[in-house]
Every structure is written in C-alpha cells, then in structure tokens.
Design a protein around this ligand. Structure first.
Ligand code: TYM
Length: 347
C-alpha cells in the first residue's frame, strides 16, 4: 500500500527584493555637518528600508596624493564616524572601495565609453584645474567614471548624496545608457536621493559656498569639534545689524544661519527667531548663542562615540572585512555579467 505523505500546506510571503542603495565618502579628513546632513543622515534612515552598500572612497582620495601614513587612520575614522552617526554594519555593507577589485575593473571598462570632451566639462573638474593647476591628473579627469563604477557594481538605483554630487550621478546615468546600448541591458539608471524633496547643500559659516573638508576650517563644523570650538565658530558666523523694515528679504548669510538652525534646533526655536527677524527685533548674538548650544548638543555625542570606536581598531577591521565580503559577493556577480556581455569569456 502506498503511503501518501501529506505535506503541511504553507503560503510563503512574496519575496520583496529591496531596492539597492550605494553611496561613498572620501577619506580625506574629518567629516563635517555637510557630510552628515547631505549623506549620512539618509544612510541611517535607509539602512532599514533598502539593501545598502556604503563605502569609504579611498581610491578617490588618492587624487590629492595623501601621505601613506595617514591613509589608514583616515579610512578608520570615516568608518568610526559613520557608525557613531547610527550606521549599523550588521544591516549594511560598510567597506573600503579598494577592498573590492571588481570596482577598478568596471572603471576600466567604463573608461572606454567616457569621452575627454565631456569629462573636461565637469564643473568639479574645472574647479580642480583652477585650484591645483600643478596636479591635474587623469584620476581627477575620470573621477565621475570611478564613481559610476562604485554605484553600478551593485546595480544601485538610489544614491544618497548632497547637492554637490548631483551632476556626477547624472553622468553615471549617461555611462549606464551607453553601456546598455552597446552591450545589452545590464545596469539600471541611478538617481540621487534625499528623504526631503530636494538635495541638500549645507552652507559654510562665513556665507561663502558650502561646508567642505578642505576649504576654510573655521567656517566648517566638524563632527570631531570640541564644544568650545563649536561655540567659537558659530559665534563668528557672518551677520549684520539686523533688518530695519518688517518682513525684509533675508540676506543669504542669514538664511544660511536659519538653515543650520533648522537642522539642529527644534521647530519652535526656529519660529521664534524667524518671527523676531520679521518684526525687526532679532538679536543675532542671541540667535547664535542658541544655535551654538543646539549644535553642541548635536555634535558632542557623535564626537564622543567616534572617539570610543576609533580607539578600537580590531572592531573597525572586523567591520571592514565583513563589509568587503558582502560587497564582493554582489560585485563579483555584476562583473561576471559585464565581462560576458563585452565578450570577455574565453574558457
Ligand atoms: P565627499 O567625500 O566630498 O562627501 C561625502 C558626502 O557628503 C556630501 N556633502 C555635502 N552635502 C551637503 N552639504 C555639504 N556642504 C556637503 N559636503 C559634502 C556629499 O554630497 C557626499 O554625499 N565623490 C564623492 C564620494 C563618492 C561617491 C561615490 C558618492 C565616490 N564614489 C559613489 C556616491 C556614490 C565625494 O567626494 O563625496
């Protein structure tokens, strides 16, 4: 007699594959408020909803020829700062770009599809040519090509970045389309991402341009700044004697102060000072004192956590090693597909 084996009937939940996210930060110095609000704040939110790959762009940092002695500490610091800001290496792949050799391989392939004329027109390249005419290297020229490889090696569709990277991501879409048209559909188009409707540019404290790792340290708030330094920098931010007519137009440097306040202070504090501005009763000294204290409250815990993590080299090495394994598992699949489409499969 045949025995019929009754299997328990189970309805499996539909497999929902999460969208893929990639972003990177160069290891060129201390991270600042711009990095946090333009990029890292989004990373932390995205880690629960997406399949995330976040990396330290150490190859990109080589365009400025950092001292080999500093490179490792800088990479470790970026890892520590990311974790201190709330990134969980269990939930995401957190790795060093140079630990994934599939990235430079894809970069090489993409370089054959990138043209001198378009690379020379990139505003960030033109800025570098102006700023450092003695070091206009090919790595700077092909910077957006390496970025494209970083992103599409995992077939990412969302790239959390600040406003300054928007154009690079647009170029990535061009390179993706060129590859797909020539060799066959492999890569999705990546788009820059921010949780609010617009990409962010965190302004510098002196009212000229954005906060940046290398330019004007006194106008940049670093996540490693001590409390007194934060207070000093904020109190020195550019202001004037205040508006004399109700509901005046706000000068850009005052708008910037309000923007910074909006990032770290509570909405009612911001509203109080906005009202005071519109009624011509604002005292910028008081506003800056409030901003400085709210900034200290915001930065101090990140700074202290970073110090603790940075001191634990073993933990950072473990994060990087595990991150590299996760990243390579995904990158090796993509590079095999790219090779095949190009025709590099000889045995
Ligand atoms: P990097 O290292 O200059 O900056 C890291 C992230 O911080 C953002 N950011 C800002 N956002 C708002 N306001 C600011 N003042 C500000 N300053 C910096 C940047 O937009 C960035 O998101 N090329 C990239 C690194 C990179 C990358 C990638 C990013 C390499 N490959 C692939 C995304 C995907 C860079 O130099 O970022």
């Amino acid at each position: 007699m045949l025995l019929s084996v009754r299997r328990p009937f189970r309805i499996l939940p539909p497999v929902m594959s999460k969208e893929i996210v990639v972003s990177g930060i160069r290891s060129t110095g201390f991270l600042h408020l711009g990095n946090y609000f333009g990029a890292m704040r989004n990373y932390v939110k995205m880690q629960d909803e997406y399949n995330c790959y976040f990396f330290v762009a150490d190859y990109h940092s080589l365009t400025t020829h950092p001292d080999p002695k500093d490179l490792r500490a800088n990479v470790y610091r970026v890892v520590a700062e990311n974790v201190a800001c709330g990134l969980d290496p269990e939930k995401v792949a957190l790795y060093a770009q140079s630990d994934v050799p599939e990235i430079p391989e894809l970069y090489l392939m993409l370089n054959m599809l990138a043209y001198m004329g378009e690379l020379e027109k990139v505003p960030t390249f033109k800025d570098k040519v102006r700023q450092q005419p003695q070091n206009v290297n090919a790595g700077l020229l092909t910077y957006p090509v390496l970025m494209t490889a970083d992103i599409i090696i995992h077939k990412a569709v969302k790239v959390p970045v600040g406003k300054d990277q928007e154009q690079h991501i647009e170029m990535a879409r061009n390179f993706v389309n060129r590859f797909n048209n020539r060799y066959g559909e492999l890569f999705p188009e990546p788009y820059p991402f921010n949780y609010s409707s617009e990409l962010i540019k965190v302004p510098s404290l002196d009212g000229t341009g954005k906060m940046s790792k290398s330019e004007n340290e006194n106008a940049t708030l670093y996540l490693a700044d001590e409390d007194d330094i934060i207070r000093k920098k904020v109190m020195k931010a550019k202001t004037d004697s205040g508006p004399t007519e109700h509901n005046s137009e706000m000068p850009e440097y005052i708008q910037n102060l309000f923007l910074l306040m909006g990032l770290v202070s509570t909405p009612d504090v911001v509203d109080t000072y906005k009202k005071a501005f519109n009624e011509c009763t604002i005292r910028y000294g008081d506003m800056k004192k409030q901003l400085a204290e709210d900034m200290v409250q915001f930065i101090a815990p990140i700074r202290e956590k970073t110090k603790e993590l940075h001191a634990n080299e073993d933990a950072i090495k473990k994060i990087l090693k595990e991150g590299a394994e996760k990243a390579r598992a995904s990158a090796s699949v993509t590079i095999a597909e790219a090779r095949k489409l190009i025709g590099i499969n000889y045995y």
